[in-house]
Design a protein around this ligand. Sequence first.
Ligand code: SF4
Length: 160
Amino acid sequence: MKRSRKIIFVSHCLINANSKALTSAKHKAYYEGIVEKILQNDVGIIQAPCPELMYGVNRPPMNKEFYDTPEYRKCCRDIIDYLIGLYEIYSESRYRILGFVGIEGSPTCGVSTTHITVSGETKKVKGKGVFIEELEKKCMKEGIDLKIRDQDDIDELLRV
Ligand code: SF4
């Protein structure tokens, strides 16, 4: 059997930059260098759905407070339930789940930093996006030890 039995979850836009808010995409199609690194380590990729697509593909970039609503958090939790279902299927069969890769600075998927509005100005601050907050809450509640890192910290997840 040739399976590596190694899997990683990633934020949707890591392998489909088309989902990003208009003007936010710095990559034509995917995060070059990061995706190759994952594949070169024989790790299978599970792409999480993009919660912000709830606001369409032509949405402008918004800060965290825009997304910090009960409706949006519910959308994130529904996606997370789906992902945790997959996590359980693989982990019950002793596959190694390396972690979840978020997107630095995102109001939704940021792990170490996010963007908020301060006195009418957009500021990048330490903190997590809405989806990552909900993911951490779910993992804590279920006792799931899932490492969560931004894309630039991918090496910490691949070091197994
Ligand atoms: S919500 Fe997450 S997956 Fe969607 S574009 Fe933003 S960072 Fe990427």
